[in-house]
Design a protein around this ligand. Structure first.
Ligand code: SF4
Ligand code: SF4
Length: 294
């Protein structure tokens, strides 16, 4: 793993734990007010999207369409989503002269700034661990304000423990995908779409989970199904479990025996057909090459 997670960036390569004291304050009236929101590059977590679509009272599909841009994370073939700036500009669509118009539901990256969260996973460890870096950009005058606090205190102040907790399953999926390396190969378009829908388009994922096709495959108790379908947070967390099962074979959602058997039978039948066709082709080729010698 690269020691410096942000080469060619203003992020200092030094990494800290939550006990590190920083000097920083962002406040209304500061000379650089809104400068950071005028030129954005903000990646969103699934929970960020959930909070913002609830705030705006629109569906996740509508939110994605109007306020985001898809991107591929670090060439790892993992679907990601960024905030889409205003048309023809680089400012955030939620920026107003008064500040952020969705402040109490602002995304994780906005809350963290100027701290950067680095979720790392060492190859010989199963758990991921968080460390932090400090972003010092010349335009941000908050670093000159006379206020000191630890990164842990800053995270509390910004409401980040809840955001990080609800995004943990998603971060773990990404870390696991990255650490599984290139040997697994580029995922199919269908699996990228499945990851995108499950993580970011919670309202479409709900329709998928409620569909007869899904119920034919997965055996979910009625009370759990009801909870998943009626609560966005439960649905999102279920989505992370679902993806762990689909992507890495970590079985935590029961599958219907008859479906598993039928799938296995279909696969076996397909394999037998391929073998039969190959044998027939070889026999035909031999006859053409040597003729009928009997
Ligand atoms: S969401 Fe709010 S805090 Fe974040 S970039 Fe937009 S205006 Fe700024
Ligand atoms: S202090 Fe930094 S974070 Fe606050 S408005 Fe200025 S540039 Fe943005």
């Amino acid at each position: 793993m690269n020691d410096n997670p942000f080469p060619d960036s203003p992020v200092m390569p030094e990494m800290f734990d939550g006990g590190k004291t920083i000097q920083f304050q962002c406040r209304k009236g500061i000379d650089c007010w809104n400068v950071c929101c005028s030129n954005i590059d903000i990646s969103l977590t699934p929970y960020d999207i959930l909070r913002l679509k609830e705030r705006l009272d629109i569906s996740s599909t509508e939110f994605l369409d109007k306020y985001t841009l898809p991107y591929e994370m670090e060439m790892d073939s993992i679907a990601g989503v960024k905030l889409r700036p205003v048309a023809g500009g680089s400012a955030c669509q939620f920026m107003t002269a008064e500040g952020c118009s969705v402040y109490s539901d602002r995304p994780t990256a906005c809350r963290y700034y100027p701290v950067a969260l680095l979720s790392m996973r060492k190859q010989d460890e199963y758990v991921d661990r968080d460390s932090y870096a400090l972003v010092k950009e010349a335009h941000c005058l908050g670093h000159q304000e006379p206020r000191s606090l630890t990164i842990d205190q800053y995270r509390e102040e910004q409401g980040l423990p809840e955001y990080d907790e609800l995004a943990r399953g998603w971060r773990q999926l990404i870390l696991k995908k990255k650490s599984s390396g290139p040997s697994i190969g580029r995922p199919s378009k269908r699996s990228l779409q499945l990851f995108f829908m499950t993580c970011y388009d919670v309202d479409r994922f709900r329709e998928f989970v409620a569909s007869e096709g899904f119920k034919d495959i997965y055996d979910i108790p009625d009370d759990e199904q009801l909870k998943i379908l009626s609560d966005d947070r439960s649905l999102m967390l279920f989505g992370f479990r679902f993806l762990r099962q689909v992507m890495f074979g970590e079985m935590s959602i029961a599958m219907r025996e008859e479906t598993v058997t039928a799938r296995r039978d279909r696969l076996l039948e397909k394999q037998r057909r391929i073998e039969r066709e190959a044998a027939e082709r070889m026999a035909r080729d031999e006859r053409e090459m040597y003729g009928d010698q009997e």
